[in-house]
Design a protein around this ligand. Sequence first.
Ligand code: NAD
Length: 288
Amino acid sequence: MTERIDGHTTLIGLMAYPIRHSMSPTMHNNAFAKLGLNYAYLAFDVTSDRLPKAIDAIRTLDMRGSNISMPNKQKVIPLLDKLDPAAKMVGAVNTIVNDNGILTGYTTDGIGFMKSLDDEDVNIRGQKMTLAGAGGAGTAIAIQAALDGVKDISIFNAKDQSWENAKRNVDIINEKTDCKATLHSIEDKEDFKNEIADSFIYCDSTGVGMKPLEDMTLVEDPSWFRPDMVVFDTVYAPRTTKLMKVAEQAGVKHVFNGLGMMLEQGAAAFKLWTGKEMPVEYIHDILF
Ligand code: NAD
């Protein structure tokens, strides 16, 4: 690392709180080193009250940009100059690019989801998806999938604080894309089962299956799945979730955790900053 840093090194940040556990600095710095790019990526503890000054520092220090994570993904929007259309639809930003003082906000989680399926030669465009969850990840997935040509999305959510957001996602998809979206209560198990039966892909973006809900899954019965469908869990720790085990019991061929999505959302941000492809397989082997 010290061999790479010199007077010309350009800084890229990660602004969130808490954030010291993040794998992103290891991901990006190893990718810069591998490709011989003169950038450095650092994590900064940025609480929401310090966000305006931190964003201004991107301009002041001529940083190339930053990743943004919780609790700042929505709060950052009014501080930026421009928004990518997908970020506008999602209502959240996880990547900022600084072009000569003009800050543009992007969201790459949904891109990461779609790209991770492409990497596995799974094409969900033109197909129907049942999606559990409408929080940060679920929103990014639903909107990018709709923009990329998924035909039909049935969104299931609990009647909790994300319900209004789920309604908003359905409305915006129906209004702005060719995809048909519908909202369903996750309490209605018969409806949930029927929608999954009618889908090409079932995706869980709720985090059920990771700590502290490690032994839980929203779908417990393997007969809800078909071998020819796709089952995707956004969780990547543990690597095999309870949902994935149920899908495997059902003989589902394409069962994925969120690892590929995590790597590809980083790769999409990396490309926005550097114009280069991240060496994803190399980074995968370093991180896992
Ligand atoms: P969030 O808090 O914004 O949203 C959580 C969603 O899950 C909401 O829709 C909520 O209603 C639903 N939910 C929560 N508990 C539930 C339960 N017991 N039953 C039914 N629904 C429930 O969280 P988020 O940021 O969207 O993250 C969700 C998951 O996605 C986490 O596991 C996170 O690690 C994962 N994630 C993965 C990636 C990746 O790149 N692989 C990226 C972002 C998030």
